[in-house]
Ligand binder design. Structure first.
Ligand SMILES: Nc1ncnc2c1ncn2[C@@H]1O[C@H](COP(=O)(O)OP(=O)(O)OP(=O)(O)O)[C@@H](O)[C@H]1O
Ligand SMILES: [Mg+2]
Length: 142
């Protein structure tokens, strides 16, 4: 699916529509340059579940978890590998325990180490066209 977003709010609205297709267990890779809007998209996902948690880039913590009250989805896991400079530490994240049937995992910079260690169900690519214009492509890989 391809979208054009003309504002931060529109990107969140696209994320909200996308959430309607989620059933839990999804692993979503977010691809795009710095400032493309990956974190904004994740914020839209968390807001779509009615959470008023403020989604911030998990730059220093690597991973943030947001509990939500979806019918099937109980938490959003937000991972950002941008400043995660030790690939061998990835196993310390214990992804199997973090990514579960009732979670939706959103991963920024999954391929920063060359090859993604994840098994994504979705790939979302955001291209920075203009100050406020973004092309967003949502691909279902499963
Ligand atoms: N159409 C748009 N969609 C999303 N964000 C937009 C849009 N127009 C402008 N912006 C701005 O672009 C910025 C996107 O920042 P965001 O933190 O989401 O980027 P990111 O892709 O997560 O970058 P990083 O790789 O540094 O984490 C925000 O400041 C947001 O307000
Ligand atoms: Mg980000």
């Amino acid at each position: 699916m391809n979208y054009t977003s003309k504002s931060e709010q529109q990107t969140k609205d696209i994320a909200k529509d996308f959430v309607k297709t989620l059933k839990g267990g999804e692993v979503i890779e977010l691809i795009g340059d710095l400032g493309a809007g990956k974190t904004v998209f994740v914020r839209g996902i968390v807001e779509a579940f009615g959470s008023d948690a403020r989604v911030k880039s998990p730059t220093f913590t690597i991973m943030n978890e947001y509990p939500v009250r979806g019918e099937k989805v109980k938490k959003i896991v937000h991972i950002d590998l941008y400043r995660f400079n030790n690939a061998s530490q990835l196993s310390a994240l214990e992804l199997d325990e973090v990514i579960t049937d009732d979670s939706v995992a959103c991963i920024e910079w999954p391929d920063i180490f060359g090859e993604s260690p994840f098994f994504p169900t979705h790939r979302i690519e955001i291209n920075h066209v203009d100050e406020e214009i973004r092309e967003i492509e949502i691909e279902n890989l499963s």
